[in-house]
Unconditional design. Structure first.
Lengths: 1011, 107, 187
């Protein structure tokens, strides 16, 4: 059983205790513990269940590569699944539960899956859940959904109570990894004057060196590390960030780093995570290497751990995995673990070394400590169900005949190390196979390149394949020299000497023993989390999944949180062996960011709640809110849809607003309409290009409605243009169009007609604009006083005037989108609120009524006015809408003119705008199609038209609609059938009949607006 | 995520401060042009793998349109320049040729 | 006018790592012109020298900020904006230009606090390099999802300008980023 030793543990503070719970059981640990070390200290061997077979799983690793110890952390709103116990710093009150088991961790019904494991090989789901089709919905899908996913998703009813944020920085060099290579790189870069950000994913500096007994300049690594940190902290151009993982490297030196600000000490108000969005000249990847498991039968049983992890738990946390630990290896490094175990006073029954001999300094030291070394030996099997109780040994060269049983509680395995090349690879860095070390290392000739076409990632230390401590400093110094040269700096170099005992070469061992038969291979786990075994990869290869990317997806090898950390090399070595191809030819899967998962909260940052996205508010927003407006989002704007009175239904409010406006006076907040100034000697010429109609002939003081088309002829915006003076036009655009149309104008002015003397300015937000609409509109405005003559003679329809209205600076436009007498009044936005209040007061006697966008829509539809986005959808040209009167025939050119001459645009079969009136007075469904005789090739009814706008008109007391209909204007009076969405109980199409009429339903002569 | 230096305000802008505008150096064909010319102007794009000229607007900045010469495969940027030109300027062409000697010019 | 005119947020304030204040009514004039020919007109009207690229210069009557190669933003008293626009139009008579009062189109904020903390807070909402921003430079950028501009009035006071409609968004964004507990300690 794993336990806490009486002494040791350089990271823990034994003088204090920290209480936590796991699956409801109360445990205690020390400050400095990870959840994993504390669980081991408390003898908790099983920490989870595997994904497919629900096999009991123990802790394997001590860092980010941990595949098994994924737990649910926190409760209620703070519940979070799939957190690695190995990277979770312990704090008082931590609550964790294990995952993927039912009813309990120790006794799991899903474990039955394991019994039928041979019926659940790779590709099982793909092969099984195909037939019969009818089973999908009720049998297969619920089954797959039930078994899919690790952990428990947070309750959707909860809102994450924690704070997250993002932070942008620009630096010369990002150093990822605070081991000795990273520290040395940061030191040299810092001394060279570069702006440096040094990120370390754990809370501690120095990486593995202190655990591995490295000496630097003749002193223990720990001392050198402490000095390095002091020197770095004193440099103004260097920032050190512990608990910050470089998650991803992207194009042009963009780097994301994930800082776990307060996971280790939760505190209200302190951000939990902070996402660093970094632009850097160079990235130095000093993220070390990851130890590989060995593939022997039963290597997934609780108690089988990575050799380096066993060493870490002993040295860093004073925790042992058991009293007797067998070390199994193909390299010298694992002997350090055996030596550490023995020095801690525990037993190493033997070291199982697959190599024929082991005579380096470390094996000699182990032998000197009395540890038996069994070379040429392998593990044939592991005994024990809920954990290791013994291992069976055999010859590595053979097929697995057991030579002896060795009683033990733990196995420390090492299949060698693989450089962590993730950051090198994220943005396209290529790898090269290192035959001697049996790993992929960065190919310095093929780095990821930046905007200058130069490499921008260098790897330092173990991440570059310099696995032996003696090579690390020199390697790091060379790497930083390269990175500094790229940002125009220079290093003096002169790295300290790191020393550690020499190591003999490893022997690649991909299967143990090398001749293991299928029964053994089906018990050799490559991916502990996803339950992928040696036999699965071999099966995939036999079934034709020869590409490593296909094998990955077919078997799920290295998917989910692993992302190629533990399983990658072992898996592809097996694949290569099965395909009888060299490993470099098989290649690796793609390393994708993030290095380890980052929280959704960090990705969202502050963008939640009120600031999820910008809400654009007009100057009158507060008044609408007070009036109880129901809001309609229009782009990012919020516009009142209607103003229901207490207890009033929306539809009733809309009808009331329309009736009040048509019979007396209404007010509309039209501030969101775009207002763009176009000024200059060439302004008229430019306006004639922008609009389909002739704008240059517009007289100052007058207004004209105009249409704007894109270069491919389609109607993109409309609005009223006022000519302010000889040189200046004011263009009104739709609410959603202001920024887009301003950009469109600038595009043409900057990129095509740059010699034209025209300036534009988007003054949309300078003005609060209020439409005063209805028969009493003039009376209300006149009662404000001021110096503007509002009479029909002085200010006729489609004229505008400027001056004072009461105390307000106003521009008054006699334009109408409702068919009523209407004045659109613009006042500076700062005066908007007071002006609205003044209008409400002035109109009180007339029952002045604010109306919203829905009343606006109904009234414009009653008048047959088109609406961009209803009558248009990006495929409609003005000619389709009967707007020929607004298309100049005199002009040689305007944007869209050439396109409108194309054969498809002049096709008489294009659907044309008409009005539609149901025979029964009902409201046509929006978007409904008019059915025609016959069916198309897909067996669907042919169509001959479609509804574009449809409303109930309270003015006329019936439904009215507009639509595009084949030969529509020539078919006045004809009745069409429109399809309803819902079919009748027999499944037949239900239709509603409507007659083609003029789209102008109300006041066709325009008498009301022209008074 | 790209960075492109706006030639007007000198900012090495992040892609999130820019809006893209498609291929640069198109010749506008208006009324009177042939169907083929107009079709080519409006729709036909070479979609190159390699050196590409494109339009960008420094939308979250000075608001100006500028042009960039960029490798669509490696994302290497050869240079950015003001939009008021019908052809890539000489220094940009030279910068491209220095890096891509085999480049045969715009298709 | 003061009794009927209000700024976007009527001088709203928030405090945390920095003190945030909406600055109330602020005069602003957009001038578009060939800047190489407009220096004397600008100097006459505002008292400020023509700013270099991305610079903001203070004059007697107003400050002048470079917005783009053919655009300036003139910051002045709210009440004098119409006058300044008219004076510029007069001074640039015969020369192609556009001068317009845009005082109410925007909102302006003051952030004050320790120099480094100020930049830390701003660096949470803009991709622009805050470490490189020095007093006298105005950086147009995005404030998360809204366009805006930032400059340092001094080492310990920053100004932020955005459009009026997103004033509440930008105010909330800064206030949230500046809440106590969120110190970064970077700049």
């Amino acid at each position: 059983m794993s336990t806490r030793l009486a002494d040791g543990g350089r990271l823990i503070d034994r003088s204090r205790k920290v209480e936590f719970t796991f699956n409801g059981k109360r445990f205690s640990g020390h400050p400095g513990d990870t959840l994993a070390s504390a669980l081991m200290a408390n003898g908790q061997r099983i920490v989870g269940r595997s994904f497919k077979y629900h096999r009991p799983r123990g802790i394997v690793a001590s860092g980010a590569e941990e595949p098994n110890a994924l737990v649910n952390l926190g409760q209620g709103a703070r519940h979070e699944p799939n957190q690695r116990a190995t990277t979770t710093e312990l704090f008082d009150g931590l609550t964790a539960t294990s995952q993927n088991h039912w009813p309990s961790l120790e006794w799991d019904i899903g474990e039955a899956n394991a019994a039928i494991a041979r019926f659940l090989p790779a590709g099982f789901y793909y092969k099984t859940f195909i037939h019969p089709r009818a089973f999908w919905k009720h049998v297969f899908e619920p089954f797959i959904r039930q078994s899919a996913g690790l952990g428990k998703a947070p309750d959707p009813k909860h809102t994450d109570p924690d704070r997250y944020e993002q932070f942008y920085v620009h630096v010369d060099v990002v150093v990822a990894g605070g081991g000795i290579a990273g520290l040395q790189a940061a030191l040299e870069a810092g001394r060279a004057g570069a702006k440096v950000l040094l990120c370390e994913q754990t809370a501690h500096w120095g990486g593995r060196a202190p655990v591995d007994g490295v000496e630097i300049d003749g002193r223990p690594a720990e001392d050198w590390i402490a000095d390095a940190v002091v020197e770095l902290e004193a440099m103004e151009n260097v920032h050190l960030r512990p608990r910050t993982m470089v998650a991803g490297v992207y194009d042009h030196g963009y780097v994301l780093a994930y800082e776990r600000v307060s996971d280790h000490a939760p505190q209200d108000g302190v951000p939990r995570h902070r996402l660093w969005r970094i632009r850097t000249g160079q990235v130095i990847s000093a993220i070390g290497a990851i130890e590989r498991p060995l593939s022997f039968a039963g290597n997934d049983k609780p108690g089988v751990m990575l050799a380096s992890a066993v060493r870490d738990y002993l040295v860093e946390y004073g925790v042992s995995p058991g009293d007797r630990t067998v070390v199994v290896t193909n390299n010298d490094d694992a002997y350090r673990t055996a030596i550490a175990i023995r020095r801690a006073g525990l037993d190493v029954p033997c070291i199982v070394d697959a190599r024929p001999e082991a005579n380096g300094p470390l094996p000699q030291e182990a032998r000197a400590l009395g540890i038996p070394v069994k070379t040429g030996t392998a593990i044939a099997g592991v005994k024990g169900i809920r954990g290791v109780v013994a291992v069976q040994l055999c010859k590595q060269a053979g097929e697995g005949a057991v030579t002896e049983d060795v009683i033990c509680e733990a196995v420390a395995m090492s299949g060698g190390w693989s450089p962590a090349v993730h950051l090198w690879s994220h943005c396209g860095g290529k790898l090269t196979w290192d035959e001697a070390g049996a790993f992929f290392r960065p190919d310095p000739e093929r780095p990821p390149t930046n905007q200058s076409g130069e490499g921008f990632v260098v790897c330092a230390g173990a991440s570059d394949g310099a696995l032996h401590a003696g090579e690390v400093m020199e390697n790091a110094s060379t790497a930083v020299g390269k990175a500094l040269a790229a940002v125009g700096k220079e290093t003096k170099g002169n790295p300290p000497a790191a020393t550690a005992p020499d190591e003999a070469p490893l022997a690649p061992v991909w299967v143990m023993p090398q001749g293991a038969g299928i029964k053994k291979r089906a018990k050799m786990w490559l991916d502990f989390q996803n339950d992928v075994k040696v036999s699965d990869v071999q099966l995939a290869a036999r079934e034709g999944y020869e590409s490593v990317e296909h094998t990955k997806r077919y078997t799920t090898l290295g998917m989910a949180t692993d992302q190629g950390k533990l399983s990658n090399i072992n898996g592809l070595a097996i694949l290569a062996d099965t395909l009888n191809a060299p490993i470099p030819q098989v290649g690796t899967t793609t390393f994708r960011p993030p290095f380890t998962p980052i929280s959704m909260g960090a990705i969202a940052g502050e963008a939640r709640g009120e600031v999820f996205q910008p809400l654009r508010r007009t100057a009158l927003h507060a008044r609408h809110e007070e009036a109880g407006a129901e809001w309609e989002p229009v782009g990012q704007w919020r516009r009142p849809y209607c103003f229901p009175k207490p207890g009033e239904a929306r539809r009733d409010a809309v009808n009331r607003e329309i009736t009040a406006t048509r019979s007396s006076v209404g007010l509309l907040d039209a501030s969101t309409l775009g207002k763009i100034l176009v000024k200059g000697p060439d302004a008229g010429r430019f306006m004639d290009m922008l609009y389909t109609n002739m704008m240059s002939t517009l007289k100052p003081g007058r207004c004209r409605y105009g249409l704007m088309c894109s270069e491919n002829g389609f109607l993109m915006d409309d609005g009223v243009v006022a000519r302010l003076d000889e040189d200046t036009f004011l263009c009104h655009t739709t609410t959603g169009g202001a920024d887009r149309i301003h950009a469109h104008m600038e595009d043409w002015l900057q990129c095509e007609w740059w010699d034209w003397k025209v300036y534009t300015a988007n003054v949309t937000e300078q003005w609060a604009q209020i439409a005063v609409v209805g028969p009493k509109a003039r009376d209300v405005l006149a009662s404000l006083g001021g110096d503007i003559d509002l009479s029909q003679e002085a200010l006729p329809f489609m004229a505008w005037a400027e001056g004072k209205l009461g105390r307000f600076d106003a521009r008054v436009f006699r334009i109408s989108f409702s068919g009523e007498l209407s004045f659109e009044v613009a006042v500076p936005a700062s005066q908007g609120l007071a002006f609205w209040d003044a209008l409400m007061a002035a109109g009180q006697g007339h029952g002045i009524t604010p109306y919203g966008t829905e009343a606006l829509h109904v009234m414009r539809a009653e008048k047959g006015f088109i609406m961009i986005g209803d009558e248009t959808d990006g495929t409609v040209i003005p000619q389709d809408l009967g707007l020929h009167w607004a298309i100049s025939k005199k002009k040689d050119d305007y944007l869209g003119k050439r396109a409108q001459e194309r054969s498809h645009m002049t096709d008489p079969e294009r659907w044309q705008l008409v009005g539609l009136e149901t025979l029964d007075g009902s409201v046509l469904p929006d978007g409904a199609y008019a059915v025609a005789e016959g069916e198309n090739a897909n067996g669907q009814r042919n169509t001959q038209g479609r509804v574009t706008s449809t409303y109930f008109s309270p003015t006329l007391g019936k439904g009215i609609a507009m639509g595009l209909v084949l030969h529509g204007p020539e078919r006045m009076g004809e009745v069409l059938e429109f399809a309803r969405t819902a079919r009748d109980p027999e499944g037949n199409l239900r239709t509603v009949e409507a007659r083609i009429v003029s789209p102008v339903f109300f006041d066709p002569e325009g008498e009301k607006q022209n008074v | 995520m790209l960075t492109l230096t706006c030639p007007y305000c000198g900012i090495a802008a992040c892609e999130t401060e820019l809006t893209p505008g498609g291929e640069a150096h198109l010749t506008r064909f208006g009324p009177g042009s042939s169907d083929d010319d107009f079709e080519a102007y409006l729709f036909l794009r070479p979609n190159v793998r390699g050196v590409h000229f494109e339009r960008w607007r420094h939308a979250m900045g000075c608001g100006k349109w500028f042009l960039a010469a960029r490798d669509t495969a490696t994302l290497e940027v050869f240079g950015t320049y003001p939009a008021q030109t019908t052809e890539p300027p000489e220094d940009i062409v030279a910068a491209i040729k220095a890096k891509r000697p085999d480049w045969e010019g715009r298709p | 006018m003061s009794e009927i005119a209000v700024s976007a947020l009527s001088g709203a304030e928030a405090s945390g790592l920095v003190t945030l204040r909406e600055m109330g009514l602020q005069g602003m004039v957009t001038l578009r012109a060939d800047l190489s020919k407009a220096a004397s007109a600008v100097k006459t009207v505002t008292g400020a020298d023509m700013p270099d690229r991305r610079a903001i210069r203070a004059g007697k009557a107003a400050s002048v900020a470079w917005m783009s190669p053919d655009e300036l933003l003139i910051l002045c008293d709210h009440a004098s904006a119409d006058g300044i626009a008219a004076e510029l139009t007069e001074a640039l008579k015969g020369q192609h230009h556009l001068a317009v009062n845009v005082s109410d189109a925007r909102a302006m904020f003051s952030l004050s606090g320790e120099a480094g903390v100020l930049k830390d807070v701003l660096a949470k909402i803009t991709p622009a390099d805050m470490a490189a921003l020095a007093p006298g430079e105005m950086r147009r950028t995005r404030l998360q999802q809204a366009a805006g501009a930032i400059w340092l009035e001094s080492e310990i006071e920053a100004r932020v300008v955005c459009f009026r409609s997103v004033a509440r968004y930008v105010f909330d964004l800064i206030a949230i980023s500046a809440r106590d507990g969120g110190a970064v300690g970077y700049h």
